[in-house]
Design a protein around this ligand. Structure first.
Ligand code: PBG
Length: 324
């Protein structure tokens, strides 16, 4: 039966009854930027409505996120000090580690996911160790494993490697197991394309590469089959959850991965997707709520089990109002 308003006088209840795609706030993840310092709540120019928090102000936003009905956050760190190795990434009193301890103490029920990567921490802005002008994949692995371990020791429930080095999921799994953290899950950015849509994020996190680009480790947008292979490899190494990133430009990839993956698949609607809608809405060129609901519906219809989005809190309330 196809129910459309012109055929029947359809109530919202009837429409919901036959809807193929159903969503809930439990499927949303809210990304948050934490920077070093105190008393800081700083709006991000390239992401209007998003802020950088210091560890002590983070609980203020966590309270709002909880009130919106979102259960999971993804933390990104912006350190004071960057160096060649990205050593602030695994510092015991690093910014993400501090934020985790503070957050866990005041809001223990959230699912704390941490982004594991070096690009915010390295002076050159690359996601791995640079040697002779190239990113050295294998030499980066122990540094990522150390970073993931220090996040888990500070309270992370799930670690999410986004660096795209080959073998990092296996290296992280081995290190966590060695230290007895058998139950900590790994969410792999298994399918992460080299995308122009990360532009606003790099401004937000100060992680623009000082030379070259990320095409030697992120995926080529022309390739779809490669996505299925990346997922299989990461699951083999121990990934518990995977994601496809960005969101809207890669719905075909998401669909295919969702059909084939034996583990839950997320979609990351990235900074550029948020910024585009925000910018157009600010000019009155489109209706923000309607556009965000439609885009999220598309992502869920394509097969996402969860969605990481800067619109998570608004989306949760729009879901509760039955707008998608
Ligand atoms: C770190 C990382 C990036 C994003 C998530 N983790 C930036 C990049 O790879 O350049 C992008 C997120 C977004 O654009 O919202 N490697």
């Amino acid at each position: 039966m196809i129910i459309r308003p012109r055929r029947l006088r359809v109530t919202a209840t009837m429409r919901n009854f036959v809807q193929e795609t159903r969503v809930s706030p439990a499927m949303l993840v809210y990304p948050l930027f934490v920077r070093e310092g105190r008393g800081m709540v700083e709006e991000i120019e390239s992401l209007p409505g998003q802020y950088r928090y210091s560890p002590d102000t983070l609980p203020r936003v966590l309270e709002k996120v909880a009130a919106a009905g979102v259960n999971a956050v993804l933390l990104f760190g912006i350190p004071e000090k960057k160096d060649e190795l990205g050593s602030s990434a695994w510092a015991e009193d690093g910014v993400v580690q501090q934020a985790l301890r503070e957050g866990k103490r005041q809001f223990p029920d959230f699912i704390y996911i941490t982004d594991v990567c070096l690009c915010e921490y390295t002076s050159h802005g690359h996601c791995g160790l640079v040697r002779d002008g190239y990113v050295d994949n294998d030499a980066t692995l122990p540094l990522l494993a150390k970073t993931a371990l220090s996040h888990v020791q500070a309270g992370a429930d799930i670690v999410a490697p986004s660096d795209m080095m080959d073998g990092r999921v296996g290296a992280i799994r081995a290190e966590l197991d060695r230290q007895g953290f058998f139950n900590t899950a790994i969410l792999s950015y298994a399918v992460k394309y080299a995308s122009a849509f990360y532009g606003p994020f790099r401004e937000a996190a100060g992680s623009v590469p000082s030379f070259g680009d990320r095409r030697s480790y992120q995926m080529d947008p022309h390739n779809r089959r490669e996505a299925v292979r990346e997922v299989a490899l990461d699951i083999d190494e121990g990934a518990d959850l995977v994601m496809v990133k960005p969101g809207l430009p890669y719905l075909d990839v998401l669909r295919e991965v969702a059909e084939k993956s034996p583990v839950p698949v997320g979609s990351y609607s990235v900074s550029g997707e948020y910024a585009m809608i925000k910018a157009a809405a600010q000019r009155g060129w489109l209706n923000e709520a309607a556009a965000v609901c439609e885009a999220a519906t598309g992502i869920f219809r394509a097969g996402a089990d969860f969605l990481i989005t800067y619109h998570a809190c608004e989306l949760a309330s729009w879901m509760k109002e039955g707008r998608l």
